[in-house]
Ligand binder design. Structure first.
Ligand code: 1PW
Length: 214
């Protein structure tokens, strides 16, 4: 787990995502949210300009934690149990926002889309070289993924924040996993677990036609 900015280590965060899967290949909500909290701490080490980006993730994590401490908490133990519970009980706005603007299904979908961006970004960082500009890698991966779901004004603000990203070396050092080479090697080892979580969630949402929830 990530413990806060000073003891922060991105490897632990990515390993947390690995611990999300139970033996039935279901995604456990608590470590999923814990992994997200670690990503937010990481993001916050990059300066105040990112608070706009992390704030939305924080409020979505909170929505899900509230479900996990409610009377319905057992239904939210895994992403799979959440989907079947909410669908069975008509707790999801399927076509347009109405009675359930903060359903678990639509909230996790937003985090899931953001996870795809993170995956593309870290993968491009891993395979980049010392000449590469972090901000451009980040913008390219954002445009190829999450930006497609954002209105112009958010895209503009996010892109401006990305220009403030530190240089590649500083960024990799910020991960607090040792030298630059060690950070790159860690990404190679840890990213497959993010990909796996992403793929399982994507298949679950596709199976239930939930990929376009308003
Ligand atoms: C380097 C580490 C990266 C960690 C990823 C951080 C999460 C990125 C979230 C970007 C959010 C930009 C501003 C908020 C936009 C919301 O409108 C949007 N949320 C997301 C996560 O895309 C959609 O949510 P909404 O408005 O439908 O509730």
């Amino acid at each position: 787990m990530a413990h806060g900015d000073d003891t922060y280590n991105l490897k632990e965060v990515l390993v947390t995502f690995k611990s999300c899967l139970n033996d039935k290949q279901e995604i456990l909500m608590d470590p999923y949210l814990e992994g997200w909290k670690g990503l937010v701490s990481f993001l916050n080490t990059m300066g105040a300009i990112f608070s706009f980006v992390s704030k939305d993730a924080v409020s979505k994590i909170q929505i899900m934690e509230d479900f996990r401490s409610s009377d319905q908490k057992d239904h939210y133990e895994t992403l799979q149990s959440m989907v079947s519970y909410e669908l069975k009980n008509g707790l999801v706005d399927l076509k347009k926002t109405g009675v359930y603007p903060t359903s678990g299904c639509r909230t996790i979908l937003r985090l899931h889309r953001a996870l795809h961006w993170l995956q593309l970004f870290l993968e491009s960082l891993r395979t980049s070289n010392s000449e590469s500009r972090t901000s451009l890698l980040c913008i390219d991966s954002y445009n190829a993924s999450l930006a497609n779901y954002h209105p112009w004004i958010i895209r503009k603000a996010a892109t401006m924040a990305f220009y403030a990203l530190p240089a590649r070396e500083t960024f990799l050092e910020n991960m607090k996993v040792g030298t630059i080479e060690e950070a790159v090697a860690m990404l190679g080892e840890a990213l497959p677990s993010i990909v796996q979580i992403y793929d399982i969630t994507q298949a679950l949402y596709a199976q239930h036609n939930l990929l376009d929830l308003p």
